[in-house]
Design a protein around this ligand. Structure first.
Ligand code: TYD
Length: 138
């Protein structure tokens, strides 16, 4: 586990079980996930140059990992910013509550899996960066 300078964000090294048949990663609440999984969604078929995210969540905690290909996620807590390249299925990025995040530089084959601790709720989104800064600094 590597703590990032951005509050609520860390890089998790997932336990990869490899043998002559290939590799397997299991995601369970508690370990390696730091929360109870309530939702999973994945992003794929991302065209060259496309960028996603550009929001924060008031309460949601998520972990992101690239199951195939690679992408970069920028995380920002209102004072610190970091870029994390997800380029192996054994690496996950925890994105805490009130972390602005942007996803870019997807390879054409990228499949980005996100697991979250709550169901989808549009009210949990902060989509305006200035509002995010106001909330993050208050
Ligand atoms: P959007 O928030 O724009 O994706 P991103 O954060 O990657 O830019 O979501 C795209 C659409 O999918 C939007 O209509 C909301 C919907 N959606 C769900 O229905 N459930 C979910 O869990 C997520 C993440 C999105």
């Amino acid at each position: 586990m590597t703590q990032l300078p951005v509050n609520g964000c860390q890089i998790l090294t997932l336990p990869v079980r490899s043998d002559e048949r290939g590799s397997l990663v299991a995601l369970e609440a508690g370990a390696p996930l730091p929360f109870e999984l309530k939702r999973a969604y994945y992003i794929f078929g991302t065209p060259a140059g496309a960028e996603r995210g550009f929001h924060a969540h008031r309460a949601l905690i998520q972990c992101a990992m690239c199951l195939a290909g690679a992408c970069t996620i920028t995380v920002d807590d209102g004072s610190e910013r970091a870029d994390v390249r997800l380029d192996t299925p054994g690496k996950a990025l925890e994105i805490g509550a009130m972390v602005w995040h942007e996803m870019r530089d997807f390879t054409p084959d990228a499949v980005l899996l996100l697991v979250a601790d709550a169901p989808y709720d549009e009210c949990d989104y902060v989509r305006d960066y200035d509002e995010f800064l106001r909330l993050a600094r208050s």
